[in-house]
Ligand binder design. Structure first.
Ligand code: BGC
Length: 706
């Protein structure tokens, strides 16, 4: 390869149309990848040019943001994370891969593994939540789903772990903002899901937009060379984010585009997305000795290795003939995913499941919002295929007696003109089901919010409906955990859905009518007030942990003398605790944990133990519980979190049935980066919990000793 041909492989451009110029560039070997070509014929035409008319015949790799489905849209990733279901997440990714390959797309920019502890950040929707263990397991499952058994299989696409690294910690939840993640937190929390997903065989990684502690990710050799290549043995390739390289100029990290190219190449970044500083400067930089040619060779080898592994040299083409896009099997899987991603937050007096004979008032802007129900990052999903809750009543749930009033045209609508109609509609029914939430455009990239209450006048609508004294079920469709504390008194039951995708409508009725039993658990903490952010379950204890019942604002006597009011960590106005903790979620049944047993009270490094408990379905319905294992390392060389998720299992139980739940815990599971920044388990005492949420569970303890 000539130097120019090597640099060409490192250049990725955005596609908007086929034209002479584009074909010329491909012929000259100036393009290694295109993103956003979505038409199979166009892909095939461009691949023909690459294979047959360029000197070396190197195929293109065609990327696209296939985040939660291509055409058949699954729940947004945050919703999928609520399923705690590795198989389900893997299958959703596999289906996305099948539909992508039909269009000639062979590379997706997913999964997004950014730990998200700030619901103001719009991209929390795209994340797998706040916990490194959960995000790591589900991220690895997504990688396996996208990539299949072999990258070269006809139904596989390459995965891309993003955004490396720390992007989710954007200051104040403002997108693209700086992050300040210190090294222990970076290693123990933010990098952990990436490590697991690299281990699962991810073919590519994308750098992030943020600077962490002043270093933009696209120029961060520590992350790309030391961590990714040296420590994790990653042998795929790294792509920048969209212009994240040239933006290093705005960061004030590079003086000009030439310096950008030099910084990124020397930091180990293989492919540049759209900003073209490589193609314009690398040859010159090599000549000047600022980028050694050996560096270019390594970068281009990483890219070609993946193209070979993907089988692109043999067949880069999209198949012709009928495909499986929107097949019944895909739609069924999307429906199952939506069912398993919903979280029941409240169910007073067992209002749910609803009796099918009851007359139902269906109200609200999200009851029939086929576009918004799909959520963020949907380019190819067609709203004509979306089955909304209203549409599901008109088609498959035809026997239900219902009345409908939209009340608000969309979530931000502030016009209350139809409230009276809505109230009258509610009065005609036995029960009110109100669909509220967020339009899809209110979350996702560059869509951060500083106020995350139900937007517009939706809370007022809910209050007006509650005032009818009819039982009210609140069903949400949202891109983030909203601050719904003030709405809870106005709803007898709450079924929380993150945007549920194409089949959300029937899935929701399956749950509301008890054809399915809610089993989702929260992948992220729900705060009471936006001012509590950041709040997450796996925080450090601090020297002055907050009490369970802290002093309240109104209990402070007038003209109270200056004092520290309990001397601990909490808010006077919103207390210590969140609204709902990580791992929380109800079922129509109830589950009881008993008889915690540890197979050992002492283990040595390298040993394993079993932690078990019996789980009984004490309710009337068959149901599935997500049993969770948490650990606390009581004393460490650095302070350790109050709890850390170390395992979960989904257990299905008939009414009255009991099963033994057994987790295996090894000393490796206790390892972390301590004071010396070497990953290992440290001797000492550990507490362990098995239960149904991060704030409950049976507790035991054991020690790790040499
Ligand atoms: C996003 C990435 C995405 C890329 C390509 C960027 O703006 O941050 O997540 O993959 O665009 O569309």
């Amino acid at each position: 390869m000539t130097l120019a041909e090597k640099i060409g492989q490192m250049n990725q451009l955005n596609f908007d149309q086929i034209n002479k110029d584009l074909e010329e560039k491909i012929k000259k070997g100036e393009i290694g990848s295109l993103l956003n070509v979505t038409n199979a014929e166009e892909v095939n035409q461009l691949q023909q040019v690459a294979l047959q008319q360029s000197r070396l015949g190197i195929p293109l790799i065609i990327g696209r943001d296939v985040i939660h489905g291509l055409h058949t849209i699954f729940p947004i990733p945050l919703g999928q994370a609520a399923s705690f279901d590795d198989e389900l997440v893997k299958n959703a990714a596999h289906i996305a891969a099948v539909e992508s390959r039909e269009k000639g797309i062979n590379w997706t920019f997913a999964p997004m593994l950014d730990i998200s502890r700030d619901a103001r950040w719009g991209r929390i929707a795209e994340s797998l939540g706040e916990d490194p263990y959960l995000a790591g397991r589900l991220g690895a499952a997504m990688v396996r789903g996208f990539q299949g058994n072999k990258l070269s299989d006809a139904t596989s696409i390459a995965a891309c772990l993003k955004h490396f690294a720390g992007y989710g910690a954007a200051e104040g939840g403002r997108d693209y903002n700086s992050t300040n993640i210190p090294i222990h937190l970076l290693r123990n929390v933010y990098l952990e899901p990436f490590r697991k997903s690299v281990e699962a065989g991810a073919a590519t990684v994308m750098t992030s937009f943020n600077d962490n502690d002043g270093i933009p990710a696209s120029g961060n050799g520590f992350l790309l060379k030391q961590v990714l290549r040296k420590e994790w043995n990653f042998d795929g390739f790294v792509v920048s984010d969209w212009a994240s390289m040239s933006e290093m100029i705005s960061h004030g990290f590079a003086a000009d585009r030439k310096e950008v190219a030099s910084l990124s190449a020397n930091a180990g970044l293989d492919m540049e997305m759209v900003s073209q500083t490589y193609i314009q400067n690398l040859e010159q930089l090599v000549k000047e000795g600022k980028v050694p040619v050996q560096v270019i060779d390594e970068l281009v080898k990483n890219i070609l290795r993946i193209k070979i592994r993907m089988g692109l040299f043999e067949n880069p083409f999209a198949p012709t003939g009928p495909g499986k896009t929107y097949s019944q099997a895909h739609l069924n899987a999307a429906r199952e995913a939506a069912v398993k991603s919903a979280v029941l937050l409240k169910n007073n007096n067992q209002l749910l499941p609803l009796d099918v004979r009851k007359k139902i008032a269906v109200i609200g802007p999200m009851a029939d919002a086929p576009h918004d129900q799909m959520g963020t990052w949907v380019f190819d999903g067609q709203k004509e295929y979306t089955v909304t809750p209203l549409k599901a009543l008109q088609t498959e749930y035809k026997h239900i007696n219902y009345v409908y009033e939209q009340a608000l045209a969309f979530s931000r609508d502030k016009n209350k003109a139809n409230f009276e109609k809505a109230v009258n509609t509610a009065k005609q029914a036995d029960v009110v089901v109100v669909f509220l939430g967020e339009e899809s455009i209110l979350s996702g990239e560059a869509h951060s919010l500083s106020n995350i209450n139900l937007i517009g006048v939706q809370s007022d609508l809910l209050a007006a409906l509650k005032a009818t004294n009819k039982p009210v079920v609140l069903v949400t469709m949202a891109g983030r955990p909203l601050t719904i504390e003030r709405d809870l008194p106005n709803a007898d039951a709450v079924l929380y859905n993150f945007h549920p995708g194409t089949m959300g409508g029937p899935a929701i009725w399956d749950l509301l009518f008890g054809k399915a039993n809610p089993s989702g658990k929260l992948p992220v903490t729900f705060v009471r007030e936006v001012g509590q952010i950041p709040m997450y379950y796996n925080h450090n204890n601090t020297g002055r942990p907050g009490p369970k019942n802290p002093m309240k604002l109104d209990d402070i006597p007038l003209e109270a003398k200056q004092s520290s009011l309990g001397n601990s960590s909490f808010y006077l106005d919103s207390g210590r605790d969140p609204l709902f903790p990580f791992g929380y979620g109800l079922s129509y049944s109830s589950f009881e944990y008993k008889d915690l047993k540890l197979s050992a009270t002492k283990i040595k490094p390298g040993e394993k133990m079993k932690v078990s408990a019996t789980l009984t379905n004490t309710g009337k319905y068959e149901g599935t519980e997500i049993a969770q294992l948490y650990v606390r390392d009581m004393v460490g060389s650095i302070a350790r979190p109050v709890k850390e998720l170390k395992g979960y299992q989904k257990i299905s139980l008939k009414p009255g049935e009991t099963k033994l739940v057994t987790f295996e815990l090894s000393s490796d599971d206790l390892a972390f980066y301590g004071l010396d920044l070497v990953k290992k388990a440290e001797n000492g005492m550990f507490n362990v919990w098995v239960g149904g949420s991060s704030d409950s569970g049976l507790k035991g303890s054991f020690s790790l000793e040499q």
